[in-house]
Design a protein around this ligand. Structure first.
Ligand SMILES: [Fe+2]
Length: 195
């Protein structure tokens, strides 16, 4: 790993940690975090190929960095052609920034008579960032916009997302608990300055 390869990610996690030192106000975190994430995904030359690999069966979630206090985590989310998530929630704030390709995001709301579409599906192009949270809307389904190529987004969450108890939703609104985990066993080494 060269110094330059992971410099943008290193800068991002440092800037985000500093932001969380300054404020715990979600509105400020989402607004300023969006700007930081837009800067990170404005270039697509820093993510090692190991964390961009799709799987033919299932979308992949590679942990890139976890804050020592588990205040945030950064994940490379890789969709193979045509892959889609189930309808799910997060229980913490989250920012979704498209690095490569494009994604379709559909929001949902749940009330006493079940699960409902909330607004039209949104197409997120490379470079764009969308926010989720229990306050601004936490239930969605995200899909690769392409049937013939991989899409990759960088997700940032207000906790260690792979360890958080949350839910997927059936069409009738019934919640099924799940903990997503991660698909990698090793993190990118963003701290090697020797080369
Ligand atoms: Fe999500």
């Amino acid at each position: 790993m060269s110094i330059s390869l992971y410099q943008p990610l290193r800068q991002f996690v440092n800037d985000l940690a500093c932001l969380l030192d300054r404020t715990r106000e979600e509105e400020q975190i989402l607004a300023q975090g969006t700007t930081l994430l837009q800067t990170l995904i404005a270039r697509d030359d820093w993510l090692d190929a190991e964390f961009t690999r799709p799987d033919p069966e299932r979308y992949q979630q590679y942990l890139l960095h976890a804050d020592a206090q588990q205040r945030f985590s950064v994940v490379s989310f890789v969709w193979g052609p045509g892959q889609t998530t189930p309808v799910h929630d997060h229980r913490v704030w989250g920012l979704i920034g498209v690095l490569r390709g494009a994604e379709i995001s559909q929001n949902y709301r749940q009330n006493s008579d079940g699960l409902h579409l909330h607004g039209a599906p949104v197409r997120l192009e490379a470079g764009s960032v969308e926010a989720v949270s229990p306050q601004v809307g936490d239930i969605h389904k995200v899909s690769n916009a392409f049937a013939d190529r991989t899409s990759i987004s960088i997700h940032v969450y207000g906790g260690n997302i792979g360890g958080i108890k949350r839910a997927v939703y059936r069409p009738d609104g019934e919640q099924k608990p799940f903990i997503s985990g991660y698909d990698n066993h090793h993190l990118p080494n963003i701290w090697d300055f020797s080369k």
